[in-house]
Design a binder for this molecule. Sequence first.
Ligand code: ADP
Length: 492
Amino acid sequence: MTATTTDIPNPGNLIGGQWVPARSGETFENRNPADTDDLVALHAASDASDLDAAFAAASEAFPGWRATPGIARGNILYKAAEILASRVEHIARELTREEGKTLKEATGETMRAVAILRYYAGETAQPHGEMYPSASATTMLYTLREPLGVVTIITPWNFPIAIPAWKLVPAIAFGNAVVIKPASDAPLCTIRLAEALVDAGLPAGVLNVVTGSARALGDGLVTDERSVAVSFTGSDATGKIIREQATAHGKKVQLELGGKNPAIVLADADMDHALTQVINGAMMSTGQKCTATSRAIVDRAIASEFTQRLADKIGGLKVGNGLDGDTQIGPLINAAAAESVADEVAKAKSTGTNLLVGGERMASNGHSRGHFVAPALFDGVTPDSRLGQHELFGPVLGVIPVDGLDEAVAVANGVRYGLSASLFTRDLTRAMTFVREIQAGIVHVNSETAGAEPQVPFGGYKGSSSYSREQGKAARDFFTQVKTVYLDPSPA
Ligand code: ADP
């Protein structure tokens, strides 16, 4: 059956509790990156006037939401979690169709958003202030955590429901009002999350969703004075602009940027386990995770066997539409991304790096309507080369042979990023050395570099983050400010 245009979702923006088209009436298309004949949704092509309405609605809603007890906010989040959970099957299919990852990954990601809602619902019932002794016998000295106000959230397309959830849910839980702009490549999941919150009874204006290109929305997205903080996940280049604009306007700013994450495999590792974990870290979600493994730093004693086994397995991965049950690797997000990854592979090859498998655009046998690149493995990558330093954001893994742990850690640390890192070993002393010496915000021993449980802090060292952390209790630090109270009921 062919979908008619009336079957195509066209939700519009969420502004002041209403789903409304862009004021211009313009929309843009969002197509399945595995099959560009599949029109997933139409979205509001917003401009500065829509954004203005969103900031106005958030400003109006903030005082009431701030005054709402945390427990009552949490009850809405619990309800939204149940609503979202009841829609997982439907949303996961949409997620696969808009972003491309496999249905299994999409289902897991949607369930993660449910878990995030539950976690922060619970956080609203936790103590968030501290009691201190005072030098005065009659003074009660304590701290409160209060919301910041209206906050702006700008998200990427690679985790189109989990990242919006892990930013906007704590923002709301702690009493802020939100304007969120999802990435234009995959806005529908943010809208599905917002629908669950609205259906759960979130008051009008507490959450506002504005879709459209950052260029059309204008600098006001970051600089509008009604918003006091910006939380962003995306590319380095955009992060730099946002950091400068937000800082110039005196705002609190949180950035999650790239990674060039290493997995170190020592000679004593369980090789079968390391193989599976390194491949999962490098290739799941088509390598489009900021925590993806892009460098396998392997002890020379096992490098040739390990690399050969990697090549065999990577060459056998089934690439296709994420809706097909046997697909292991989906497409890249768009044509430009597929071109860019294939170009980087060609460039590395032309400079003499040994490409063992993959790296080419796939255009036949069911791949003709999607943005597919065959998962690639390079051998003998030089740490200082472009392939060893530059984030590709695609299914490309490079093996860097080293002699022992010390060299491995030096190579692992020799990049400007520091998001996540893995070590595979059976030796506890080496594991402890790695944990101590590695420059990364998320460290794994005997598990892949990707993965983020909602109850713990998430973020990187060096160029990967802005020294703040997301998720878990760390999100509270960003989305609240501290008030210190000296309360003396009976001054002498
Ligand atoms: P990617 O699209 O590859 O994830 P970007 O950093 O370009 O990486 O985009 C991440 C998010 O930032 C998207 O929602 C995008 O629309 C938005 N964005 C891009 N440029 C700007 C900008 N100058 N100011 C604010 N947001 C921007």
